[in-house]
Design a protein around this ligand. Structure first.
Ligand SMILES: N[C@@H](CCC(=O)N[C@@H](CS)C(=O)NCC(=O)O)C(=O)O
Length: 222
């Protein structure tokens, strides 16, 4: 059986877990934290998530994993059949990752340990997030899914990217992203209403204490 390595507080892990559940692919969830020998054995960067396929291949990078699932398990597709529409799904995933997730993530250490962030970083993150959000507003339809009638990998990707970005923006930038993304609130409610999203959110909640202990131990080692 396919194994997903990572931990339920990780938004990247949850993207792949959501894709697996949405496609109905059986898998084992192996809880393992970044930069441990166990994670380095299955992901050369030591990051979460990683996946071991049914043939025993170790793969990493969340977008690669979602693409792999689509290639290896074409039932319950998460990408449209049309090449242009498929590329549009990937475009939205890439923009979400590079220009929303990654700038927001620069402030995650401050958020997690409740430490002040320096002014230059705050300014740079706000500027890049503004461009990412403008770009999302150009592409998103939210009718009802982000790119139209059908749920796609872009919805799944965006849901977990925005979990981090919203927290960072609210707490450290005093910015409610929903006010600047028309349609986001309704879409977020729709996405949160499914049993799959509810399971992932409950698993994240249940993992929180163990994850914070991992963060504290990693910080103590610095
Ligand atoms: N580009 C990677 C990013 C994965 C990532 O940064 N995961 C975080 C957990 S949410 C992590 O492992 N951070 C610890 C580290 O970078 O060592 C992906 O898409 O899978």
């Amino acid at each position: 059986m396919l194994t997903l390595h990572g931990f339920p507080s990780s938004n990247y892990h949850n993207i792949v877990k959501h894709a697996l559940l949405q496609k109905g692919i059986p898998f084992e969830e192996h809880i393992v934290y970044p930069q441990t020998p166990e994670m380095l054995a299955v992901n050369p960067m030591g990051k979460a998530p990683s996946m071991t396929t049914e043939s025993g291949t170790h793969l990493s990078e969340s977008t690669v994993l979602v693409d792999y699932l689509e290639d290896a398990y074409p039932d319950n597709p998460l990408y449209p059949a049309d090449a242009d529409a498929r590329a549009q799904v990937r475009q939205l995933m890439k923009i979400s990752e590079l220009y929303i997730e990654l700038p927001a993530r620069r402030l995650l250490p401050s958020l997690l340990v409740n430490a002040p962030a320096d002014e230059d970083t705050l300014k740079e993150v706000r500027a890049m997030l503004t461009r990412g959000i403008n770009s999302l507003n150009t592409l998103a339809k939210f009718s009802p899914y982000v790119l139209g009638d059908e749920l796609s990998a872009a919805d799944i990707y965006l849901r977990y990217v925005l979990n981090v970005a919203k927290q960072v923006a609210t707490t450290l930038l005093h910015w409610d992203l929903a006010t600047d993304i028309p349609g986001l609130s309704e879409w977020s409610e729709l996405m949160a209403s499914t049993p799959i999203a509810q399971k992932i959110d409950a698993d994240r909640e249940a993992n929180h204490k163990e994850f914070m202990a991992y963060i504290a131990a990693a910080k103590a080692k610095e």
